[in-house]
Design a protein around this ligand. Structure first.
Ligand code: PMP
Length: 286
């Protein structure tokens, strides 16, 4: 049984609880982060801590845990659960003042809810899916307009994943005004020659922590990086495509809306970036 963290306490998962009035439960009034663990260490912890602070700030939510304490909690959960490879899920909600009301409760008297738990994933780095490559389909992006805030409103991305599965695919890329925004739980890229193209930052996409690291490493490896929108048609004509996320790292994409890219195998650039990313991140893990 897992040991989880709830509001200051480390508990067996079946003894952990939060209020039924919690605004995370009633209104999806909460934010989250997912940090991966490799060799028992945290990958890009700083990036996740900085984005968490920003998400809370944008929602005028108090940050109840200092960065040092947050690191300590992450490490303690890794230790208590013996995680060598896997994920740490963190969620902070606006908490509960014991009733339901659209207006935010008084932040002076209402404590945010803090929950963390681990997910053991032994073959995350040596992933069979990455060797095969993912098939994606496109769906309309009908999410709200502040996708740069990492909120727990994941119903539509979850539906997108199910639409993809029903179509025999692995994931969906969302399209707005004719251009790809991002994957259901990852940022989307295409490759043309030595050039990597991914959507520019803005309110329309989540500012991926893996995206920032991978683009930095691509530039260091003398690849060209172009941050701009692209269409599904352009992606289907590209040499390669891939996605990035903290849980799947760099994931090659081999098919988009039924059109096979190249030979239908993971692309060279994507595989090289996956290798560089994993190497570098293992070195700087905490
Ligand atoms: N976009 C969306 C919509 C996501 O849910 C995620 C993963 N949480 C990402 C992009 C990738 O972000 P990161 O690299 O920080 O995991």
């Amino acid at each position: 049984m897992r040991t989880v963290y709830v509001n200051g306490a480390y508990l067996p998962e079946n003894e952990a609880s939060i209020s039924i009035f919690d605004r995370g439960f009633l209104m999806a009034d909460g934010v989250y982060e997912v940090t991966s663990v490799l060799d028992g260490k945290l990958i890009d912890f700083d990036g996740h801590a900085v984005r968490l602070a920003r998400s809370l700030d944008e929602l005028e939510m108090r940050n109840p845990v200092s960065k040092d304490d947050l690191l300590e909690i992450h490490r303690e959960l890794v230790r208590l659960n013996g995680i060598e490879e896997g994920l740490i899920y963190l969620q902070i909600t606006r908490g509960s003042d014991g009733d339901r009301d659209f207006a935010f409760p008084d932040p002076e008297t209402t404590e945010p809810t803090v929950v963390l738990f681990t997910q053991n994933k032994p073959s995350m780095a040596d992933s069979p899916a990455a060797k095969r490559g993912a098939k994606v389909i496109s769906i309309d992006d009908i999410r709200w307009g502040r996708r740069d805030i990492k909120t727990v409103q994941l119903l539509y991305p979850s539906m997108g994943k199910m639409i993809a599965k029903k179509a025999g695919c692995d994931d969906a890329w969302m399209v707005e005004d004719g251009f790809v925004t991002e994957g259901t739980s990852n940022n989307a890229y295409i490759v043309k020659g030595n050039r990597i193209i991914t959507r520019h930052l803005g309110n329309e996409i989540l500012h991926g922590i893996t995206r920032a690291a991978v683009l930095r490493m691509a530039r260091e490896a003398q690849m060209e990086v172009e941050e701009r929108s692209f269409t599904i048609e352009e992606a289907q004509q590209a040499d390669e495509a891939f996605t990035t996320s903290a849980s799947a790292f760099v994931m090659p994409v081999v098919e988009i809306d039924g059109v096979t890219l190249g030979e239908g195998l993971p692309g060279k650039v994507a595989m090289r970036l996956r290798e560089i990313y994993l190497d570098e991140m293992r070195k700087t893990a905490v």
